[in-house]
Ligand binder design. Structure first.
Ligand code: FAD
Ligand code: NAI
Length: 490
């Protein structure tokens, strides 16, 4: 037994050390060039975004086959599944980000990165206008592309409900998590300056989360954990006055999960004293209270000290501009694509993946964006192989060779498969070291809940991380919280 443990630990340590060494010592890259050695022009591939779709594509792609340029205002990849754990300090923000430059440097070919925001596209001229953001100046330039991959994500929708902007905090980017953390700490300290039973103290200690999707649920659960497991020790009286309210317009939370899991999560929230208010739609947001409509008939005001808004997605301005440039783009919810992820109306040059697209049949998740990115890497690889064959055909004078090459080209073109999404299931953390998992394997589905699902949730997220460095940091954060509690000081 002891021997086995020793050898397993040794093998594990060697494996991790080897992977870490590989990660921190990238090999030489093939430089960008105008043409391949045989004279074929090297195509310009511009990727917009550094999120799940774009980075999954970049990691899988043989970047020596194209001149790749990545454009994004965010110079790092963000592992969103653990973002709800960061405002309260269960996970450190640095543990879930990975610089795009180090990801790009580990690919086979040289990749250019431009810290800029795409503003507009001219699909006919194949140009994308970008606004670069530097210290003190903004300048607009245009980039030519042969292939453009749009993976710009989405923003949190407000349904134009007045007062959301300016009063609520979102939870989409790392800055949002930082803002929530600061607001939380400030609000708690502010509340403590009022005497017990003061209505202002009660208001400040009411934390409202709007939206019972996975973002709202996971954040409410993390916040309640922080109150129950940490603040109970350090501020025993004040923490008892804190209240987390989760508001959902529909009759249930977590609607993408199996009914038994929804019931389990709702019961756990009741036990953990999260005040779940379903059939309650927020209509107006004021600086200190929200006006809600309950069961479609009663107007109720709820005072809050901090408000977190997580009611789903809507397209960003760039996606809307792109839609306006192409007549075939008729869906206001997102970019329309075909089953090869090509943008309708610009099929031969623009692809769109991830949350910026109007998905039918599946939710806008990292799982989908990741599979789309990996699929596109394969397609771009195959497309170049076809172009190489066509180039050889063009430069060959031997008729039999030309006809063999033509057959090969036709065969390869017919083999360019459609994107086929494989749904693995959904996972969510619901608090008190419990999670729910709705797993899909082939035609069967399995539901896990409780402590075991929590361990599964942890292992699945560690496996999903894009680098060994992130895996180690996240595992260390969990261990640290287990022994030392959360550190959510700003
Ligand atoms: P994103 O990952 O959002 O990336 C968009 C990128 O585009 C960013 O780099 C952004 O800076 C860049 N960009 C924005 N505007 C421009 C522009 N004008 N020009 C160029 N670049 C631009 N999904 C799951 O499957 N499992 C989970 O557990 C899960 N947890 C989540 C938790 C939270 C808190 C959130 C908010 C989402 C979660 N999701 C989860 C959903 C998942 O994060 C998204 O579906 C996924 O990020 C979509 O990938 P994407 O590449 O389309 O967009
Ligand atoms: P969502 O769209 O999943 O849920 C938003 C919820 O807000 C809905 O239930 C909606 O009914 C409710 N809502 C809308 N307007 C409201 C109002 N005015 N008042 C009260 N409630 C209102 O959005 P979310 O959670 O931000 O997730 C976005 C995407 O990211 C989803 O596709 C989700 O699957 C994915 N995601 C997945 C996670 C996971 O798998 N663990 C974690 C977080 C996000």
């Amino acid at each position: 037994g002891l021997k086995l443990t020793f050898y397993t630990t040794l093998a594990g340590t060697l494996y991790v050390s080897y992977e870490l060494y590989k990660e921190s010592n990238p090999p030489k890259q093939v430089p960008q060039s105008t043409a391949f050695a045989n004279g074929l022009k090297k195509k310009e591939l511009v990727i917009l975004g550094t999120g799940w779709g774009a980075i999954s594509l970049l990691k899988k792609l043989d970047t020596s086959l194209y001149n790749v340029t990545v454009v994004s205002p965010r110079s790092f990849f963000l592992f969103t599944p653990l973002l709800p754990s960061t405002p309260v300090g269960t996970i450190e923000m640095k543990s879930i980000v990975e610089p795009v430059r180090s990801i790009a440097r580990r690919t086979p070919g040289e990749v250019h990165y431009i810290e800029a925001e795409a503003l507009d596209v001219d699909p006919k001229a194949k140009k994308v206008m970008v606004q670069s953001v530097s210290e003190d100046e903004y300048f607009v330039s245009s980039l030519s592309y042969d292939y453009l991959v749009v993976s710009v994500g989405a923003k949190t929708t407000t349904f134009n409900i007045p007062g959301v902007y300016g009063n609520a905090n979102f939870l989409k980017e790392i800055e949002d998590a930082q803002n929530i953390r600061m607001k939380l700490m400030k609000t708690i300290e502010q509340a403590s300056s009022f005497p017990v039973n003061d209505p202002e103290r009660k208001r400040l200690l009411t934390f409202v989360v709007v939206g019972g999707g996975p973002t709202g649920v996971e954040f409410a659960a993390e916040l309640q954990d922080y109150i129950n497991q940490d603040l109970r020790k350090w501020m025993p009286d004040l923490s008892k006055e804190m209240k987390v309210i989760l508001i959902e317009a529909l009759p249930n939370i977590l609607n993408m999960f199996d009914k038994t899991l929804i019931k389990y999560a709702e019961d756990l929230f009741a036990r953990d004293e999260i005040d779940l208010q379903v059939n309650t739609a927020v209509k107006v947001v004021e600086p200190t209270y929200i006006r809600t409509l309950q069961n479609g008939q009663t107007n109720t005001d709820i005072e809050y000290g901090m408000l977190v808004w997580a009611t789903g997605n809507e397209p960003i301005d760039f996606s809307k501009t792109l839609m306006s440039r192409i007549p075939e783009q008729t869906n206001r919810r997102g970019l329309l694509i075909n089953d090869k992820l090509e943008l309708l109306g610009s099929e031969n040059s623009i692809y769109a993946i991830g949350d910026c697209t109007a998905h039918t049949g599946f939710f806008p998740t990292a799982q989908v964006a990741h599979q789309e990115g990996e699929y596109l890497a394969k397609i771009l690889d195959k497309k170049l192989q076809i172009e190489q064959l066509e180039w050889d055909m063009l430069n060959s004078t031997d008729e039999t060779e030309v006809s063999r090459l033509q057959k090969e080209v036709n065969l390869r073109k017919s083999k360019l498969d459609k994107f086929n999404y494989k749904h693995m299931g959904a996972l969510a953390y619901i608090g008190s070291e419990t999670a729910i998992a709705d797993l899909h394997m082939g035609d069967s589905s399995y539901q896990l809940k409780g402590m075991f699902a929590f361990l599964f949730w942890k292992s699945a997220y560690l496996a999903m991380c894009l680098s060994i460095r992130n895996r180690i940091l996240i595992a260390m954060d969990w261990t640290k919280v287990y022994f030392l509690g959360r550190d959510s000081s700003v």
